[in-house]
Design a protein around this ligand. Structure first.
Ligand code: 2P0
Length: 331
């Protein structure tokens, strides 16, 4: 049978940077993110009678490198839960444009978790799907729930993501550079923990910021959400820049976007900038302001607008006899 699921990327308002346990993919702190409604990843999982290896096709190309190993390790976890040794064929279409500056691993492993759980006959709660996605990639934990979500720090049972109440928000993605990063986030996290003298302060301050952000979201206080978002992003980059040898993701064009966003605020247009492990900048704003923000940032890079996205969900479940269209993975 073939199970097909869809998931979207998310952008952290309070960042995840550092693991407490790499094997279990447990984060050093909680984090909070907004799911996007653009760039879905659609993934199908079909159990095959083949022995040996799983098969993985991404955007029409057969994958046989480290990405396949990562998918196979993830499917091993699903097989362990299901008590199965069946191999699978995974076919994934990732619509994140090359270099849009959004990590593909979040939507990728969230869609894979939902599709694989269904294909192997597991009936997992949204919480358990989120815990499962975590083992593929940390940020994938937050692509299981929709809207704004918190990913809890804690042990294997407690570390999942769930939707929290929040005001309507939008984001404008500004792609500055579409080249590959010099250093991936996994390695950069390790180096930051090992060498940045600022890392302990990052952990203690972010733990407080998560609570502050959740309170601001619950209160519907957009201004406070935005202020905390920009501050936390700059604290993360400062912490990363403190590594040795240093790692610097923001370049002069990224900083120019932060300046442009500050100028918007000075003009009374409320917007706040954030950036992940690369030079691209994402701007948080109210939904009614997104076209104005996008137009003001035209010329700084390729600009893409997004609203708040849905939960990861099953699209089709062939052979299970269920009603796939009506089914949400997060029931
Ligand atoms: C985040 N990032 O909170 C932070 C901000 C990048 C900067 O989560 O090693 O690809 O697979 O757990 O999820 C990127 O990290 O890392 C990330 P792994 P992941 O969105």
């Amino acid at each position: 049978m073939t199970s097909t699921a869809v998931a979207h990327p998310n952008i952290a308002l309070v960042k995840y940077w550092g693991k407490a346990d790499a094997d279990l993919a447990l984060p050093a702190t909680g984090s909070v993110s907004m799911g996007l409604d653009v760039f879905p990843t659609t993934t199908s999982v079909t159990l095959t009678g083949q022995q040996g290896h799983d098969a993985f096709t991404l955007n029409g190309r057969v994958v046989d490198d480290g990405a396949l190993v990562r998918v196979e390790r993830f499917l091993d976890l699903v097989r362990e839960l299901a008590g199965s040794d069946a191999r699978a064929e995974v076919v994934s279409d990732n619509t994140v444009p090359t270099g849009a500056g959004l990590a593909s691993s979040a939507s990728g492993f969230a869609a894979l978790a939902v599709a694989a759980a269904d294909a192997y006959g597991l009936d997992l709660s949204a919480r358990d799907l989120s815990r499962l996605a975590r083992r593929g990639s940390g940020s994938a934990t937050r692509s299981i729930p929709g809207g704004v979500s918190v990913w809890h720090a804690g042990d294997d049972q407690a570390s999942f993501a769930e939707t929290v109440p929040a005001p309507p928000m939008a984001m404008v993605v500004v792609t500055i550079d579409d080249g590959p990063k010099e250093i991936g986030s996994r390695e950069a996290m390790r180096r930051t923990i090992a060498t940045s003298p600022f890392y302990p302060a990052w952990v203690t301050s972010t733990t407080v910021t998560v609570d502050d952000m959740l309170a601001a979201c619950a209160a519907g206080d957009f201004t406070r959400i935005g202020e905390l978002t920009e501050s936390n992003a700059l604290r993360m980059h400062a912490t990363i820049e403190g590594a040795f040898p240093p790692i610097r993701y923001l370049n002069s064009r990224s900083v120019a976007v932060f300046d442009a966003v500050a100028a918007m605020r000075a003009d009374g247009l409320e917007a706040y900038a954030t950036a992940d492990a690369g030079p691209n900048v994402v701007v948080l704003c109210r939904p009614e302001d997104r076209a104005r923000v996008a137009s003001a940032l035209d010329g700084y890079g390729a600009v893409i607008e997004s609203g708040t996205g849905p939960a990861a969900h099953l699209l089709r479940s062939e052979g299970s006899g269920e009603n796939p269209e009506a089914e949400e993975s997060t029931r």
